[in-house]
Design a protein around this ligand. Structure first.
Ligand SMILES: CC(C)(COP(=O)(O)OP(=O)(O)OC[C@H]1O[C@@H](n2cnc3c(N)ncnc32)[C@H](O)[C@@H]1OP(=O)(O)O)[C@@H](O)C(=O)NCCC(=O)NCCS
Length: 193
């Protein structure tokens, strides 16, 4: 899997991702995004990269260069060294480990290359796949937080640099650390259905 930056001429790829209502179901209350809303989303990602050198980078399969989705970072609380991590995968590629693999690359980049102190993540309370993915990656539930694009309180999580160091020591997954896994399972909210 490879990452690069979004370009203005990537509109067709952006439509293949964000104009698919299965992708936006839990991340945008507007439902299926129109072409102009997708164009705006693409422009926002490009602007975030221009300003902060981060974005939800598009990801591609190295085997055939096909577009699998995006995964990356947005600013969250930069004075405290905290970035937000996110992942949007095209439905044809769901359940093939791409979000996990991409997220682990982004976590490594955030903590090692950018010197992040922490990563924030949140999900729609009905988004069970996202909740399970965050638990698998080793994110710790901290609180519920209002998320304007859905108008809902989203279960929210943090991974500190110490959490990350501990997870890495255990082979890159909290599933290899039974004590940490039990602790995270005890803290994780169950969501609304
Ligand atoms: C959530 C999402 C990113 C998962 O992507 P993915 O590439 O399918 O995830 P992976 O294959 O890496 O799965 C990792 C883990 O997530 C969980 N998971 C993912 N999809 C799941 C599903 N449909 N049902 C239950 N668990 C699921 C599982 O724990 C899985 O581990 P396992 O395969 O060992 O059981 C993808 O469904 C998606 O892009 N959804 C639309 C956009 C979105 O909601 N993004 C999250 C915003 S917070």
């Amino acid at each position: 899997m490879g990452f690069r930056r979004w370009r203005r001429r990537d509109f067709d790829l952006a439509c293949g991702l964000w104009a698919d209502p299965r992708v936006t179901e839990f991340i945008d209350a507007r439902g299926k995004l129109s072409q102009s809303q997708v164009r705006e989303r693409l422009a926002q990602e490009i602007a975030t990269a221009d300003s902060y050198n981060i974005q939800y980078w598009p990801i591609f399969l190295l085997s055939d260069d096909s577009h699998a989705g995006c995964c990356g970072l947005h600013p969250y609380d930069l004075p405290q060294g905290i970035y937000e991590i996110g992942f949007h995968i095209r439905p044809n590629y769901w359940r093939r480990g791409f979000a996990s693999e991409a997220a682990r690359s982004v976590m490594e980049h955030a903590f090692k290359a950018l010197g992040a102190k922490g990563l924030f993540a949140g999900h729609n309370p009905r988004n069970d796949p996202s909740r399970l993915l965050l638990a698998k990656l080793g994110f710790r539930y901290t609180h519920d937080e209002y998320y304007a694009p859905t108008g809902l309180e989203h279960p929210s999580y943090l991974m500190t640099v110490d959490d990350y160091t501990r997870i890495k020591k255990n082979g890159g997954s909290c599933q290899d650390d039974q004590a940490l896994k039990a602790e995270l399972n005890a803290q994780a909210p169950r969501g609304g259905g």
